[in-house]
Ligand binder design. Sequence first.
Ligand code: BDR
Ligand code: CA
Length: 309
Amino acid sequence: MTPIILDCDPGHDDAIAILLAAGDPAAELLAITTVGGNQTLEKTTLNALRVCTIAGITDVPVAAGCPRPLTRPLRIADDVHGESGLDGPTFGDPSVRVSGEHAVELMHRILTTHPEPVTLVPTGPLTNIALLLTRYPEDAERIREVVLMGGSTERGNVTPYAEANVYVDPEAAAIVFAAEVPVTMCGLNVTHHALVTPEVVARFEGLAGALGRTCVELMTFFGSTYRRLFGFEAPPLHDPVAVARVLDPALVRCVDAHVAVELHGELTRGATVVDLHGYLGEPPNAKVAMTLDADPFWDRVLAAVSRLG
Ligand code: BDR
Ligand code: CA
């Protein structure tokens, strides 16, 4: 089992990432930490607690982290994820409670006490991870790998070249890519192949119980915004792809490359400049995801949700 901490901003796809990380036997989910991103920190944290409650995830600490990016105001994605950040289902009051510890302190404590190095899986802006690496640089050697959802080898989804998680806090992303830790980037070029097709929705519908129904309601809302805003026939479920890469690296094939984050571009701020052909002469600093094996990916997601539900 790979010990992981999921750092997220739920978010519809983050919600399924939580279920995959908690329900798959290949991962040991040590903590869920939250960050301001798709919605305010207050809402993303509440959403993490809601997901844990409905899925019966009661033994994993949930801790709130940074409410805003390192140097910029927060840009939320209520157009994609709605007013609550998790629009679609109706949730009751969560019975799972938030930890009193700041996310960065919880990550630091786990990293320094866990017997093995731990994999960090950020699926929101990289603010918490950058703060951890800046405040506790010695923790780098306790991090087995950072496997993040963010960036793209191609185009963006908030500006022509920038993907949302990197765009929201590019300074944090730059710190992570420059750090002395192994980094794997799962960007839009692969996550756009994790499509919630009608067949996938039907598989969620086929699961017995409230959790399967909640997933269907989440996917229905997410599908409607992706159709309206981006013209997708089926929405791409970005965040679970990063979790899947940790569970079974063969599902998400990567190449080594140098990745830089555009911080000052007039039109390209927040773009990940992925030097696939070595033009810049810089050594690779990341593994960059290039392909997703979608069928076994969905098998794994469905099996995890079914195990929890
Ligand atoms: C990323 O942005 C967020 O809206 C999603 O949760 C995902 O992490 C995709 O660009
Ligand atoms: Ca996310």
